[in-house]
Design a protein around this ligand. Sequence first.
Ligand code: PXL
Length: 267
Amino acid sequence: MKFAYVIAGSEATGGAGLQADLKTFQQLGVYGIGTITCIVSFDPNANWAHRFYPIEPRVLEEQFEAANAAQDLDTVKIGMLGTPETIDTVARALRSKPWRHVLVDPVLICKGQEAGAALNTDNALKTQILPLASVVTPNNFEARALAGLDSLTTIEDLAEAGRRILDLGPRGVVVKGGIDFPGPDAVDVLVQRDPTGAITTEVFAVKKIGEERVSGAGCTFASAVTAELAKGTPLSDAVRTAKAFITRGITARVAGHTPFDTVWQGA
Ligand code: PXL
């Protein structure tokens, strides 16, 4: 059995966060184990405003202890952390043992949330979590924030953002253009630094499936990469598989009474 571990937030509608991560792990044939950092419960009577509850650090540590006592985990995905205190706790836990892969999905805001609400959280993520990452998967907004660039409108911009984020420590960065990227294609750029220090760039493009955001897409993509890495797949092939997986999941998206459709991992 191959195991994939995720440290992320619970999302009450089932569309994103830990729920999307575990569904993705299952679908890609790895045994998923999750540790909850926070609960996002939303308010359906207030336009689905985010209601956010951090998990007490001690409870987070206990989950980490139990997960890692139960199985020999070496591949972890980090999703939404939420507060500087949670980031401290997760950074300490990650440093307590060696990992083969630490994939960080740098969730800065959720769809529909106000941008820039929590600058201290963003800064803590950048200074404490990113240096522990082997792979980072920022979306267009997160890549601009982390790379300090105003706009990403060309493939070269995506690659430049990726190179700047490589300087924060990871071996690989997948910059996702998403629907904000101009043109008919959903373009992702993988930038990797090999052991000799040489930087390679690969472009993954498929036709966009509409121009609407789909909830859980980022979480699902990052957990698909994580599941593949857990199986021993090289990063470039893991990204290719994850891109095909999210393309199928978005094509088969599920509507609800929520502002955004959500990914169907079972497609
Ligand atoms: O899609 C980003 C995201 C990640 N994790 C959790 C979330 C969201 C967005 O709502 O709630 C827990």
